[in-house]
Design a protein around this ligand. Sequence first.
Ligand code: ATP
Length: 360
Amino acid sequence: MATEIRMEKLRCAFGQTIAVDDISMTFPAESVTCLLGPSGCGKTTLMRMLAGLQDPTSGEIYFGDQRVTDMTPSERNIGMVFQYPVVYRGTTLFQSVELPLTRDKSVSKEERKRRVEDILEQLNLTHVAHEDVTTLDNATRQKAAVARAVARQPQIILFDEPITNVDVAAKVQLKRALKGLVKQHSQTIIYVTHDQTEAMTLADEIALMDNGKIVQRGKPRDIYNNPNNRFGGWFLGNPGMNFVEHTIVNHDGGQHLGAPLFRQPIPLQAVHGLSNVVVGIRPERVNLGEETPAAVKGVILRSSLVIGGQYLVSLKIGSTMIKAKTTRNDLPPPGESVWVTCPLEDVKLFTPAGERIDMK
Ligand code: ATP
């Protein structure tokens, strides 16, 4: 049975720097939670506290019902895979995966052999099983580290940027291998990364971190489509969401949105007390080309072909700059104008302080 991880007001300060700021949250059992956030947001510190490698300044950690806050890493009985795999000289890949299992007296020799063979096969490592680990390339060593952690079958495995230091081709292979593994084993996995593509493809849930706090947790698509705040809109996506400040206009006795992104006044609810809102829209949701009743004119500044055969177009609407992504290849050249529509269903509103306003 896998174990959930519960944090209660978990905090870690280094002098004036608050690396982890009173996090209270439960990471669900038997699922992959990716801790995603920019460099310095506190991911590694949080992970190290879960592993028992860093003492919290305050707060508690529970694995299931068990309080583990004061336990050593080995007492916590978890698997860990780090950015730089530990390599034991003079051991074969098979031996290095088997080693942690030999310490577990409840596992028979036959069972041990079976588990190691199974995991090596799953990770496509059988052909190098009897090579000295020091002779293997980076990606293979990292796979070996994954195999070591998984073969022990701990209830919780922590991964800290395990595929950052391997080349692109090996990254794809490792990602595929990890995905296959986490599907087969019902462990609770916490996976730290600053790479959103990695998080989007691997996670059951993403816990988005900023400035020592988890600002949103949810399914990758939900967070992408409905960021709680500007940070989530900006951090996810390549490029992130466009944000354009709008002054709320009073029109016909109600509050409305108007220029620069909308030609006709759009009635607003739920923004009482605000004189300004920030309109957020993802580049791929901005429609270019067709003249619609809501369309405004934008001047194309730049257009470049990006991954997926789309064009990334920079536009100026009045003095406002936005980005759009489109598959249209019949757009006019830079310097000329184009109709720009921001469909209301794809628009998110934020307060000037950056919190999402739910539109009715
Ligand atoms: P990265 O992706 O760059 O590793 P991160 O999100 O993992 O970043 P942390 O490494 O947890 O972030 O760091 C969070 C903050 O705590 C940073 O400001 C960092 O400088 C600080 N910090 C981390 N470890 C220590 C330490 N041992 N002593 C002092 N400050 C630290």
